[in-house]
Design a protein around this ligand. Sequence first.
Ligand code: NAP
Length: 435
Amino acid sequence: MRHVAVIGSGPAGYYTAEACQKAFGDAVRVDIIDRMPVPFGLIRSGVAPDHQSIKGVSRRYEATALSDNVRFVGHVSVGTDVTIPELLDLYDAVVLATGAPQDRPLGIPGADLPGVVGSAAFVGWYNGHPDHAALAPALTGPGAVVVGAGNVALDVARILAKTADEFAGSDIVGHALDALTGQASDAITILARRGPHQIAMTPKELGELAHLSRALPTVDPADLPPAAEDAVLDPGTRKAVAHLRAFADHPRAGDDARTLPIVFDFFAQPVAIEGDGRVERVIVERTRLDEQGRAVATGETYAIPAQLVVSCIGYQTPRVEGVPYDEKLGRFANDEGRIAPGLYAVGWARRGPTGTIGTNRPDGFLIADHIAADTADDSAKSGRPRLDALLASRGVDVVTFRDWQDIEKAEVANARDGAPREKFVAVDAMLGARK
Ligand code: NAP
């Protein structure tokens, strides 16, 4: 028997549990520990609420969670309720699957003004993460500026642009639905510090902007390279750039009704955020590309009026005391997932915040291979019973997967018409929904 503790119940955590089941069969016990009383991490609180088909992957994790050798140990904070050295003492392998839920800092003057938020906070707000439920972003005013040219920037711009009807069937939380459909910016600007060929956006996500009822995506044709140069792009980026070319090619029939511009501002790097006590404008510097394709400042600046700035420039993994950390890359220092004897990292905590949800699956199998190679199946560790005793002695109110199923039932019962669920946005409310 091997005893494995996985910290974090998002995709990387569940794929690791699944891989351990496949590798060791009945001869493994996996405890998936999460500080939240609810599982699935990024699937619940990161994936956009209007992308329900992507969220459907949690059904696969549920099958893993309901098997006898995998447990969900929710509402347990590693570092507070139990430490990494204690877990290493109890388990053969401890796997950090803590993701990358912290925003990378924008690092420009004024970035700490009220009205400037990171995408982790903004996405957490509309997805009902308890840490961000009280965010109350400023939605009415001259502009929302979204910094970054990745898929998170697209999620944020799309959610800011949608009407109430366009949220039908989504599980956007009530507080965000009310706020977003009652208020609006005059314009949404996506600031990309490089050009159309350097975007980190994917075609499907970019194409969605073309079908919004009140918003009109626009691209300055002068920013687009000659069409013949698209041939050098990988097929995905080429398709995405084709959408940008279509956005540059307006007006089109029906555009009159679309009064909310989503402006793609390419070669545009924010250099300061200004305002009297809160954000009023973003100072942007024009860039050009150098021979290596990097953004170089040109010295030309201009101001974009804004009441809200959402920085979507990537994420980092939170530090855990005593665990080596790579400052530059914003994740745990590791060698192919190995951190120290018995200690591993998987998913975004290992690789950094890139790739799709499915990218985490091979990651989980890699870690299961490491565990097979590094540990023996006749473990002297005690695993579950001693963790339970330790947590009970500390008065920790552990949430099980069965408890989560009660919470989920209550969320489904609370759903508004047509929505799959209305999420609890406070930990106490989640705990109170247990039978
Ligand atoms: P990302 O794909 O790494 O994009 C980050 C963007 O921020 C890049 O355009 C980058 O520009 C820009 N940036 C970085 N530092 C900057 C700075 N200091 N100033 C201005 N711009 C800066 O990250 P993400 O959008 O957070 O997405 C994370 C991962 O989740 C990605 O793999 C993404 O595809 C995935 N995701 C997928 C979906 C989906 O499939 N529906 C939805 C959301 C997220 P440079 O290129 O110039 O560095």
